[in-house]
Design a protein around this ligand. Structure first.
Ligand code: ZN
Length: 199
């Protein structure tokens, strides 16, 4: 669990829009997009990501811009002391992080009190699709991947504290988590983004 001391997690503290109304509007170079879940509740948002898909009480699903996308439009490792959104280990240069606010206390078998839902997954895919179109990012496994897929490549896939499995399962199952699920679900998310791009 991250240390939230001093981090503003209220939706109201950041620009936010109903999912239908949100569009990207900051031009610049973005090469890759990484998808996540937050491992907190449906409402708390985090500036480790650029765009958070959250549930605002009374308003439904909202897109919250928690980090200025321009801060990742550079090789962040050349000047790591300057601010940027640190969403995916060693992969934050020219890269956006988008995330569903959900999955606090979740395991592959039990998604807990704040699970992924189909409307939240659809909203994430719509955000990914609109960003891909705006920044000319191809919707393929080289350019848009889940944190779990990055973790598979970089050697930290799994459910342990130092490992990551977001987003390797869209619904709970009693079966143990397998590596191929990371790739399968990444492919499903990309398929849903390609469909959403027509919306
Ligand atoms: Zn993640």
């Amino acid at each position: 669990m991250a240390d939230l001391t001093g981090i503003e997690t209220r939706i109201q503290a950041y620009p936010h829009w109903p999912i239908e109304a949100w569009r990207p509007d900051v031009p610049g170079r973005i090469d890759r997009i990484y998808t996540h879940w937050s491992a907190y509740d449906h409402e708390k948002v985090f500036p480790a990501y650029h765009f958070c898909v959250a549930i605002k009480p009374g308003a439904g699903i909202v897109v919250v811009n928690t980090h200025d996308v321009r801060e990742n439009m550079r090789n962040v490792y050349e000047a790591p002391d300057l601010p940027y959104a640190a969403h995916t280990r060693n992969r934050n240069s020219y890269a956006l992080g988008i995330s569903i606010m959900a999955m606090q206390g979740a395991t592959p078998q039990d998604f807990g009190d704040y699970p992924l839902t189909e409307p939240l997954i659809d909203a994430l895919c719509l955000v990914g699709a609109r960003l891909a179109a705006f920044y000319n990012v191809p919707i393929d496994a080289d350019h848009i991947m889940s944190h779990a897929e990055a973790a598979l490549i970089d050697g930290y896939y799994g459910t342990a504290e130092t490992e990551r499995w977001d987003i390797a399962r869209l619904r709970p199952s009693p079966l143990p988590l397998e590596p191929h699920e990371g790739i399968d679900v990444g492919e499903e998310l990309r398929t849903r983004m390609r469909r959403a791009i027509a919306l």
